[in-house]
Write a protein of this length. Structure first.
Length: 94
């Protein structure tokens, strides 16, 4: 950062929770979850059906997480990396 630069923490906190930024992040998380469900290996369908988006608010921003909620999700992820592979497929970007 340039010498003498002073970040406006309040402005960044407001920006991180603004409706536009929250909407952009939610759209990207929904697109990632949709790709993950579309690429999910299916034996019973439980893993695929329990992929969802969770919202978490922190002090400075809103965070969305794509979660695989099936009890055996860790095993599926360790073999396929489905959620990680679903991140780079496009979606909402600024």
């Amino acid at each position: 950062m340039p010498e003498g630069f002073v970040a406006n923490d309040a402005w960044f906190a407001e920006l991180g929770k603004s409706p536009g930024v929250v909407s952009l992040c939610k759209t990207a998380a929904d697109a990632t979850a949709s790709r993950a469900r579309g690429r999910a290996p299916v034996l019973t369908g439980e893993y695929r059906d329990k992929i969802h988006v969770e919202r978490h608010d922190t002090q400075y921003r809103c965070v969305f997480r794509v979660v695989a909620g099936a009890a055996h999700s860790l095993g599926v992820e360790s073999k396929t990396g489905n959620l990680a592979r679903s991140l780079g497929g496009g979606g909402a970007r600024a």
